[in-house]
Ligand binder design. Structure first.
Ligand SMILES: C[S@@+](CC[C@H](N)C(=O)[O-])C[C@H]1O[C@@H](n2cnc3c(N)ncnc32)[C@H](O)[C@@H]1O
Length: 235
């Protein structure tokens, strides 16, 4: 499954980078709520885990953070560095493997946006997030909403961890994207069992700019969430 996800992101990386500034689900739905959860970052060491083409990093650097980013996709890592020339540090790293290049207790905050759905077993990743955060460090995750996924993938086994896929049409030629669908408790248990307490859980709504670009999905997202945000604090 991982190689399919990697291949998909390698295929769409340039289009993703070209669109990310204003793609409604990212720019006007995910990012406003995730950045609000992340809060003040000036003079903080922030890890952008699964950074994609470095849009979060760009915003956080502009806000005065010191940013390190990593991603599974080599092309995404190149694009992140290109977007943030001579600023930030970006390297290839799999979320589900030990973060060997990263020292223990070296970050104040971690943002992991729209990527944990690609990880089958969250325990190892959350343990690594905990290890690289300083005491009382903050972890902010945005991810698919479990109730949305349950409906969208027409599952009839709510409690199962399922390998699901759908076709993305928004980044050039249609591409099959694989992900894991899981119940709500499988978002919470790995976080609280691996060194964190949950500070906030959010169900964002799109901001007004979304409506101008895509009125249909703006209405839908106001009626039913597609993403969920979690802010966890290292105990
Ligand atoms: C939807 S994009 C989000 C990118 C970025 N966080 C953002 O919100 O702009 C998901 C990213 O997760 C990365 N990814 C998928 N599986 C991964 C893994 N196992 N380890 C690290 N990154 C992964 C993909 O390459 C892709 O760049």
């Amino acid at each position: 499954m991982k190689h399919k996800i990697l291949e998909a992101y390698e295929t769409i990386a340039y289009n993703y980078d070209n669109l990310i500034d204003h793609k409604p689900h990212n720019a006007y739905y995910d990012r406003p709520s995730t950045l609000a959860l992340l809060g003040e970052v000036k003079d903080k060491d922030v890890l952008d885990a699964a950074c994609g083409p470095g849009k979060y990093a760009e915003i956080l650097l502009a806000q005065g953070a010191r940013v390190t980013g990593f991603d599974l996709s080599p092309t995404m890592v190149q694009l992140a560095q290109k977007r943030n020339p001579e600023k930030g540090t970006f390297f290839i790293q799999d979320l589900s493997e030990p973060f060997i290049p990263i020292k223990t207790a070296s970050f104040d905050k971690i943002v992991c946006a729209l990527a944990m759905g690609y990880i089958e077993n969250w325990d190892n990743t959350i343990q690594e997030f905990c290890r690289v955060l300083r005491p009382k460090g903050e972890l902010v995750i945005s991810t698919q909403h479990p109730f949305f996924d349950y409906q969208y993938y027409t599952s009839d086994q709510y409690f199962a961890l399922e390998n699901v896929s759908c076709v993305w049409n928004g980044f050039g030629k249609p591409i099959e994207m694989h992900t894991y669908r899981r119940p709500l408790q499988e978002y919470i248990i790995p976080i609280v069992n691996n060194g964190f307490y949950i500070d906030q859980l959010t169900e964002p709504k799109p901001v007004e700019a979304f409506k101008i670009l895509d009125a249909k999905h703006y209405e839908e997202l106001n009626d039913f969430p597609s993403f969920m945000g979690i802010k966890a604090i290292k105990r």
